[in-house]
Each structure stands twice: as structure tokens, then as C-alpha cells.
Design a protein around this ligand. Structure first.
Ligand SMILES: [Ca+2]
Length: 132
């Protein structure tokens, strides 16, 4: 019982930071963010690096043109992210990476295990390096 409480507290702290360098130990089954190849911006269909995976470069302006490795469409479905590039990456609610559509930034080498609560879960449609 004590161990369970400790795990819950750690998960809460991780959620509060919004970003994780590595997947937290959790009672829920987590996917493998290591599937994301170094130098890529990786997005997953489900939270916890689960479901379809799509790998991009520093800029991708319209997710309507992208599919996951399971054949499903990426647009408006992304729920976890790993930025394995050296650039901060901005994610946008609509295609075209317009600043008025900015959802959030993911720093280099950082990941977001679950976009729930970000306001942009299942809503992202483009991304663009903040260094370009
Ligand atoms: Ca999703």
C-alpha cells in the first residue's frame, strides 16, 4: 500500500512539470519512446508513447498529409511527444504553424507523456522549430 501511494505521488509530480526526460515508472503500461530516432520530432497517437508513431524533421506544416506507422492519420490525434532534435519545437493547433495557433513548446531532448490537460490533446496539426 505504501509503495502504491509513493508511485501515485511521483506520477503527480511528473504531470505537474509537463515534461519528462524519460518515461516515469507507472502502473499503466508505457510504450517505448526510444523508438523515436535521434534527430526526429516524434508524435504518438496515444498517451504514454503508445499507438501509432510518426517521425518528422524540424518542420511539418500540415499533419493532414501524415500517417502513423499503423496507417492511421496523424492530424488532431497526437497525445504524446518526444523531441529528439537539438531545437525547441513549437506545436500548433492548426496547419501552417501560425503564432496565433501556438499550443506549447517542447524543449530539445524533452518529451510529453500525456497531452491531456494541455488544451491541445488530439488537436495538434503542425510543428516548427523555434530556432528557424
Ligand atoms: Ca490521441
Amino acid at each position: 500500500m505504501i509503495k502504491t501511494k509513493t508511485l501515485v505521488a511521483l506520477a503527480g509530480a511528473a504531470l505537474a512539470t509537463g515534461t519528462l526526460l524519460a518515461p516515469a515508472a507507472s502502473a499503466t503500461q508505457a510504450g517505448d519512446p526510444g523508438r523515436c530516432v535521434g534527430g526526429n520530432v516524434c508524435v504518438w497517437q496515444d498517451a504514454g508513447f503508445n499507438g501509432g508513431l510518426a517521425q518528422f524533421g524540424l518542420v511539418y506544416l500540415n499533419y493532414q498529409n501524415a500517417i502513423y506507422d499503423n496507417g492511421l492519420g496523424v492530424n488532431d490525434t497526437v497525445s504524446s511527444i518526444y523531441n529528439r532534435t537539438g531545437d525547441p519545437i513549437n506545436f500548433y493547433r492548426n496547419s501552417g504553424a501560425n503564432i496565433r495557433d501556438l499550443c506549447f513548446r517542447v524543449e530539445p531532448g524533452s518529451s510529453v507523456t500525456n497531452l491531456a490537460g494541455s488544451g491541445c490533446d488530439n488537436a495538434i496539426s503542425s510543428h516548427y522549430s523555434a530556432n528557424l
